[in-house]
Design a protein around this ligand. Structure first.
Ligand code: NAD
Ligand SMILES: O=C(O)C(=O)C[C@@H](O)[C@H](O)[C@H](O)COP(=O)(O)O
Ligand code: ZN
Length: 366
């Protein structure tokens, strides 16, 4: 088992990574059972593929648990699901010390974390992520959210889990397209500030995507360690450091909005296209060598991720995409800071980007 710590004073927590962890969850989660009861929030596909392993392990050590199963997919990050989960928990007379466990991908993690943060002004919350994306990114750092009509993740809170339990073996049942989408957020850490790790990704993506256990665990550990360090420095995205984790997301969230938050374009796929666009825009602005932008697009394409608007299936005008971007949470005084790059591993927050140039770039990129 490997462990990464997120250092946040009295809200610090551990992230344990171990193949087979779900079958030992009863022992690993026992300290939380002494604190309160367990309620598991999951979705239909995860219930079918992985829930039985968690409940059998809890049963084996006599930890009682209630379970709610929601529909799978991005549409579950909604007011309706939030109401359903909170009413279900309130009907069960949830107490602040109870443990609300998110078993699933980023959708279940984001929704459950938000529910835990507002129920009785904060209940116990544990993340048990089951997608590559949630294991390398969304289960760590405490961003919780649902989507609004106006855009992605616009209603939410910062609320850290008390513990994150990662079992890479859960990825054995994850569809290949979802594994690939999660891989985009792995590549992101290399592009942000670790060119060596991007090189590792280029060399090891085929093994990782084919399910090689060593490659998978290395990628998860390295990603989580990188994210934990950034979150420890800038939990609430105030200093500019955490904003780096948003590389590809300003473009990506606009693409997700344009495709209706549907399975036409998964979050990770939108982020992949968004990162390629951020690098291409940086190159166009003379900030980044064109070879680096090409290398990013080549790698994403090679693993089957979208690297262009056409790959992402988006034909909207630059102006329409920029209109989506105006809802970005990074907006400041009517200006939108962008994550741009001076090269691979050299991402920075640019505060002086002209949105008319972004729209023109997107029109040319179509
Ligand atoms: N909070 C954060 O910091 C953060 C970071 C990145 C992404 N996100 C959010 O995460 C969401 C995307 O998360 P995701 O990619 O995990 O998608 P997801 O939660 O929709 O899961 C993808 C699909 O895989 C299924 N699934 C999950 N685990 C499975 C398993 N082990 N076996 C079989 N099927 C399984 C799910 O039912 C779903 O159909 C987006 O809403 C995104 O905005 C949040
Ligand atoms: O943890 C962060 O910070 C991130 O930006 C991680 C992103 O991968 C994630 O998609 C996040 O939910 C996006 O945040 P948002 O603030 O743009 O909604
Ligand atoms: Zn993301």
């Amino acid at each position: 088992m490997s462990r990464v710590e997120v250092a946040l004073g009295d809200r610090s927590y551990a992230i344990d990574i171990m193949a087979g962890a779900l079958d030992r969850a009863g022992d690993l989660l026992a300290p939380f059972a002494r604190r309160g009861r367990f309620a598991i929030v999951t979705d239909e596909a995860v219930a079918q593929a992985q829930l039985g392993r968690l409940t059998a392990s809890l049963d084996a050590v006599g930890i009682a648990h209630a379970v709610i199963i929601l529909p799978s997919g991005e549409a579950t990050k909604s007011w309706a699901s939030l109401e359903r989960v909170t009413d279900w928990l309130l009907d069960r007379e949830v107490e602040r010390n109870d443990n609300i466990i998110a078993l699933g991908g980023g959708v279940i993690g984001d929704l459950t974390g938000f529910a835990a943060s507002i129920l009785k002004r904060g209940c116990g919350f544990v993340q048990v992520p089951t997608t590559l994306l949630s294991q390398v990114d969304s289960s760590v750092g405490g961003k919780t959210a649902i989507n609004a009509r106006a855009g992605k993740n616009l209603i939410g809170s910062f609320y850290q889990p008390a513990y994150v339990l990662i079992d890479p073996a859960t990825l054995d049942t994850l569809p290949a397209r979802e594994v690939r989408a999660g891989y985009a957020e792995v590549v992101k850490y290399g592009l942000i500030d670790d060119a060596g790790f991007f090189g590792w990704c280029e060399a090891n993506a085929p093994a990782l995507l084919a399910g090689n256990a060593d490659a998978r665990e290395h990628a998860i550990h390295r990603s989580v360690a990188a994210k934990a360090a950034i979150v420890g420095e800038d939990e609430r995205e105030t200093s500019g450091r955490r904003a780096l984790l948003n590389l590809g997301h300003t473009f990506g969230h606009a693409l997700e909005a344009e495709t209706g938050f549907s399975d036409r374009l998964l979050h990770g796929e939108a982020v992949a296209a968004g990162m390629a666009l951020a690098f291409a825009f940086s190159a166009r602005m003379g900030l980044c060598p064109a070879e680096d932008a090409a290398r990013v697009a080549t790698h994403l394409s090679a693993v089957g991720l979208p690297a262009t608007l056409a790959d992402a299936g988006v034909a909207a005008s630059g102006q329409a995409l920029v209109a989506h971007m105006m809802h970005d949470k990074k907006m400041e005084g009517g200006r939108l800071p962008f994550l741009l790059a001076r090269g691979i591993g050299r991402t920075f927050l640019a505060k002086d980007v002209d949105l008319a140039e972004v729209a023109a770039f997107l029109d040319e990129a179509r």
